[in-house]
Design a binder for this molecule. Structure first.
Ligand code: FHN
Length: 454
C-alpha cells in the first residue's frame, strides 16, 4: 500500500512539475540580441499620435497652441472638467485600421507605435481600470487598440504601444495639490505629489498590464513623460521588469526610466537605468552611435493633428533622414497625426507614398543594414550589409566620377537598381573612383552597390 501511495505522489509531482514547465515554456524567453533582432532589422516605423486632442487641432477660438497640438489641454488652458467634453464627443467614424496599416506597410514601415494614452489621460482601448476611455466615455465605443493590433497582425506589421506616464486627468497623477494646476510645476523637482505612487501602483501598472495581456504580442512599449519629478527611477525599474514578466520578449524604450539626458534621448550612464533603446526626439545624432537608438520625428511641427501647421518636411528630406539615421545605426520613427474623424492628413499620405516608392526600389540598402564603417562622405551616406557597401548619393557628381573612401576593397560595382550593368572603378592611394552615369538614376537618393572583396 505504502509503495502504491508513494508512486501516486511521485507521479503527481512529476505531472505538476511538467504542467508548470509547460506554462513557462509557452513564451520562449529570447536572448537580448534575439529579442532586438526584428527591431534592429526594421529600421523604419510609424508613430501615430491620436486622441481627443485630434478633435481640437490645436485651436481654441482664435488662439492656436504653440508646438504640439497634443498639448491642447495645457496650451489652450482647459481645466480638467472643461476638457472632458472632447473625449465625450470623440467619434472618428472614418477610422479604418486596415487602411492605416496598409499605408504604413506601403511606405516601407515595419512597425506601428500608437498612443494608447497620451498626457490627456484618455485611453484608446477598453480599460477596466478606468471609464475615461473610448468604450465608456466616447460615442465611438470601438476598441481602437484592438482593431489596430488585429490589422497589424493580418498585414505582418509589428504592433507597438505608446503610454504616457504623465496623466493630466487622473487626480493622483496630475498634481491636484496646487490650486491652479500647472504642468510646469511637474518639472520643478521640489514639487512632488505624494499621491503619485498610488496612481503608479493602482492605475498605471494595471493599465499597462491590460495592454500587454489583451492585445496579443506587443513589439515595443514606448513610454513618455519620464521627466516629471513624481516618477522615480525605482518605479521605472519596477515597470520594466513588470512588462518583461508579462511579455518577456517585448522591447521597452529608455523613457521607462530616468536615464534619458534630454532631447538627445540617450543615456550616458549605461547599466544604471532600464530601457532597451535611446530615443532622440526631433533630432539625429551627428555621428554614429553603437548602442540601440531610434529617432522620432514629426512630418510637420506637431505630433497631434494641427491644420494650422504647414511646416511640412519634403519627401526628399524625409528619405534622406531615413538614410542618414540608418547610416548612424538607428531606427526612424516617423509620426502621423490623424484628425478627429480618423483620417491621415493628405500631406502625410503624399509623403508616405513618396517614401514607399523609394524604399520599394532601394530597401535592400536600408533594412537589416549596419551603420557606415566610414566617416560620412560629403556626397551622402554609407550603409553596409552582408559583405556589400551601399553608397547613398544625395549630391550626384557633375563630372560622373563618384569618389569613395580609399579603404573600400571592391569586387563589383553597380547601381542598386541596375545590377546587370557593372560600373568601372579604380582604386588610388587617395580614393576609389567610380565612373557613374551622368544623370542620377534615382531621386532623391541614388544608391551605388559595392560588392566588397573578401
Ligand atoms: O510631450 C510629449 C509630446 O507630446 C510627444 O508625445 C513627444 C513624442 O516623443 N514626447 C513628448 C515630448 O518630448
Amino acid at each position: 500500500m505504502l509503495k502504491k501511495t508513494l508512486l501516486v505522489v511521485l507521479l503527481s509531482v512529476f505531472c505538476l512539475g511538467n504542467v508548470n514547465a509547460q506554462k513557462k515554456s509557452k513564451v520562449k524567453k529570447l536572448s537580448d540580441d534575439e529579442r532586438m533582432e526584428w527591431w534592429r532589422d526594421s529600421k523604419f516605423g510609424m508613430f501615430i499620435h491620436w486622441g481627443a486632442y485630434s478633435i481640437i487641432g490645436g485651436e481654441r477660438g482664435t488662439k492656436i497652441a504653440g508646438g504640439g497640438a497634443e498639448w491642447a489641454m495645457d496650451k489652450l488652458d482647459y481645466t480638467v472638467e472643461d476638457y472632458e467634453k472632447f473625449p465625450e464627443m470623440f467619434n472618428p467614424v472614418l477610422f479604418d485600421a486596415d487602411a492605416w496599416v496598409s499605408m504604413a506597410k506601403d511606405a516601407g514601415m515595419k512597425y506601428i507605435v500608437l498612443t494608447s494614452k497620451h498626457h490627456e489621460g484618455f485611453g484608446l482601448w477598453d480599460s477596466k481600470v478606468s471609464d475615461y476611455d473610448v468604450m465608456d466615455t466616447s460615442p465611438f465605443k470601438r476598441d481602437i487598440v484592438k482593431e489596430l493590433s488585429e490589422a497589424c497582425k493580418k498585414q505582418g506589421i509589428k504592433f507597438c504601444l505608446y503610454y504616457s506616464i504623465v496623466d493630466w486627468h487622473h487626480p493622483q497623477a496630475q498634481g491636484n495639490l496646487y490650486p491652479n494646476y500647472n504642468i510646469a510645476q511637474h518639472d520643478d523637482p521640489s514639487v512632488v505629489n505624494p499621491e503619485f505612487p498610488q496612481y503608479f501602483k493602482n492605475y498605471m501598472k494595471p493599465q499597462v498590464k491590460e495592454l500587454l495581456t489583451n492585445y496579443g504580442d506587443i513589439g515595443v512599449v514606448w513610454f513618455d513623460g519620464d521627466w516629471i519629478s513624481d516618477y522615480t527611477t525605482e518605479m521605472g525599474k519596477e515597470l520594466y521588469s513588470f512588462i518583461r514578466d508579462i511579455q518577456p520578449n517585448t522591447i521597452v524604450n529608455n523613457r521607462v526610466d530616468k536615464g534619458r539626458t534630454g532631447m538627445d534621448g540617450m543615456n550616458n550612464k549605461p547599466g544604471q537605468f532600464a530601457g532597451d533603446f535611446g530615443t532622440p526626439e526631433q533630432e539625429i545624432p551627428d555621428t554614429g552611435i553603437d548602442t540601440d537608438w531610434e529617432a522620432c520625428m514629426t512630418m510637420n511641427g506637431t505630433w497631434g493633428y494641427k491644420p494650422a501647421d504647414n511646416k511640412w518636411k519634403s519627401s526628399e528630406d524625409l528619405i534622406q533622414k531615413l538614410v542618414d539615421i540608418v547610416s548612424k545605426g538607428g531606427n526612424f520613427l516617423l509620426n502621423i497625426g490623424p484628425d478627429g474623424f480618423g483620417r491621415f492628413p493628405a500631406e502625410s499620405i503624399r509623403r508616405l507614398e513618396a517614401m514607399g516608392q523609394w524604399t520599394k526600389k532601394n530597401g535592400e540598402s536600408v533594412y537589416g543594414a549596419s551603420a557606415s564603417p566610414y566617416e560620412k562622405p560629403k556626397w551622402g551616406r554609407y550603409t553596409e550589409k552582408d559583405g556589400v557597401l551601399y553608397a547613398h548619393v544625395f549630391d550626384w557628381p557633375k563630372d560622373g566620377l563618384l569618389k569613395l573612401n580609399k579603404d573600400v576593397k571592391f569586387k563589383k560595382v553597380t547601381m542598386l537598381t541596375d545590377p546587370d550593368t557593372e560600373l568601372k572603378a579604380l582604386g588610388t592611394s587617395r580614393e576609389v573612383i567610380v565612373e557613374v552615369p551622368m544623370m542620377a538614376p534615382g531621386y532623391p537618393v541614388s544608391v551605388v552597390k559595392i560588392e566588397l572583396a573578401k
